[in-house]
Design a binder for this molecule. Structure first.
Ligand code: RNT
Ligand code: ZN
Length: 422
């Protein structure tokens, strides 16, 4: 029997098993096909970007380690890698750009000088590929971020510089959303914080609030762009104090009608991010997720199919808020094939949603309502060994993307023929 008939046969059996619990696998697959993940451009080149002189990660908060060959050195190589990644992913996905990835034509364009012109190349490419875009201000890897403060800096000229940068980034986002007829999400993360405990925690936060209010005083139509703000618990060099903490942005976003971005690597390791969904969405229209994996002090390991990602997907599906959440990836690992890293993270995220969509939630709710805690727990345990893998394989087959050993081979071939020659 050839591989595709084997996969179809396994799927038919899985379909019956799920039907026993009243789960419609066809419906789950249809829903999964509509899920568009925003792929971060920065895994391909270790958050380097295309500025001249070449920017290197500094200014605190994030760090990339590893020196695996094959990093994308320019927009063409990055686009080529992204096309490869997309060819290995079932479904249609978005691209998430950072401001340092513009087409600057070898000229030195500072962050407060970027315009929509620098992103026309990306928009054209996106149109050609039928891909929608999201965007991010880049408030790091810059001399004006070296002391660890940007929008909350006590130096007025530094604040002014970054306010101008973010304003321009929002304008670029609106341009992208308009051109591509899909709201572009502009996410703002800043590295501001200190290694040691400051005495004046208040002032920086008051300054950040003012800077944000000035930035957001310009309104855009939500059909063009939407704003998100991303908190963090701590970072490298900001271990003792982060200006944009979760409480800060919760207050800010809810009071200003903005979206909160929850990065899975930005919370205390025992804190459940999944639990936040049904709380925040009582008061906010939408949420943005950065799917990542925290390991000890690092927040940016390649996402895998772990309990954290699974429970986030589960909560989203159970709460019926799939249409109110935006899923993006955010990790950077320079110690392995970068294209492969993308595919692992994106596939893991899709798989977690598939598992969630295959849950007989109604049945579980019935048990819960009846106070039958034993049955609820027993069914949850049964589900762990249900054949979701057969459904996943079938999903890949239907979407015409390679699976199993074939996709590993495909990534390795790309490494031999393209990445190793860079
Ligand atoms: C950093 C944040 C942020 C960045 C990207 C590059 O801790 O997670 O989202 O990873 O903007
Ligand atoms: Zn993030």
């Amino acid at each position: 029997m050839n591989q595709s008939s084997l996969i179809t046969k396994a799927y038919d059996m899985a379909k019956q098993r799920y039907a026993e619990w009243d789960v419609d696998t066809e419906f789950a697959l249809k829903r999964l096909n509509q899920l568009s993940i925003s792929l971060h451009c920065w895994q391909a080149d270790d958050v380097g970007g295309f500025e001249t002189p070449e920017s290197t990660l500094s200014g605190g908060g994030i760090q990339v380690t590893g020196n695996y060959p094959g990093k994308a050195r320019n927009a063409d190589e990055l686009r080529m890698d992204l096309e490869k990644v997309n060819s290995l992913l079932p479904g249609k996905h978005r691209l998430n750009l950072h401001a340092i990835y513009g087409d600057f034509g070898g000229k030195r364009i500072d962050r407060d000088e970027i315009t929509t012109d620098h992103f026309k190349g990306w928009v054209d490419w996106a149109k050609h590929q039928n891909i929608k875009l999201d965007f991010n201000a880049s408030c790091f890897s810059h001399p004006k971020a070296n002391d660890g403060f940007t929008l909350s800096s006590k130096d007025k000229s530094v604040r002014k510089f970054w306010i101008e940068h973010v304003k321009r980034c929002r304008e670029i986002s609106a341009f992208m959303g308009r051109e591509l007829s899909s709201p572009c999400i502009h996410n703002l993360w800043i590295p501001d914080g200190t290694k040691d405990s400051p005495v004046d925690r208040w002032a920086y936060r008051a300054l950040l609030k003012d800077s944000l209010d000035e930035i957001f005083s310009i309104e855009y139509d939500p059909s063009e762009m939407k704003d998100a703000v991303e908190s963090k618990l701590f970072g490298i060099g900001s271990e003792s104090y982060v200006v944009g903490s979760h409480e800060f942005y919760m207050g800010y976003a809810i009071s200003r009608g903005k979206m909160i971005c929850l990065d899975l690597g930005h919370f205390h390791p025992t804190e459940s991010i999944a639990d936040k969904i049904s709380a925040i969405l009582q008061f906010s229209e939408e949420l943005l997720f950065h799917v990542s994996r925290g390991v000890r002090w690092d927040s940016d390991h390649v996402a895998i199919l772990n309990d954290e990602v699974k429970s986030v997907a589960e909560e989203i599906v159970r709460a019926g808020v799939l249409d109110r959440v935006n899923i993006a990836l955010d990790f950077f690992d320079a110690s392995m094939n970068r294209v492969g890293a993308y595919v692992i993270g994106a596939r893991a995220t899709l798989k977690s949603f598939l598992i969630a969509l295959l849950e007989p939630t109604e049945k579980l709710r019935e048990f819960e309502e009846a106070g039958n805690n034993f049955a609820r727990l027993a069914l949850l345990e049964e589900l762990k060994t249900m054949p979701f893998g057969a459904v996943w394989d079938y999903f890949c087959l239907k979407n015409d993307v390679s699976l199993g050993e074939a996709w590993l081979e495909e990534v390795q071939r790309y490494e031999r023929e393209i990445l190793r020659k860079r």
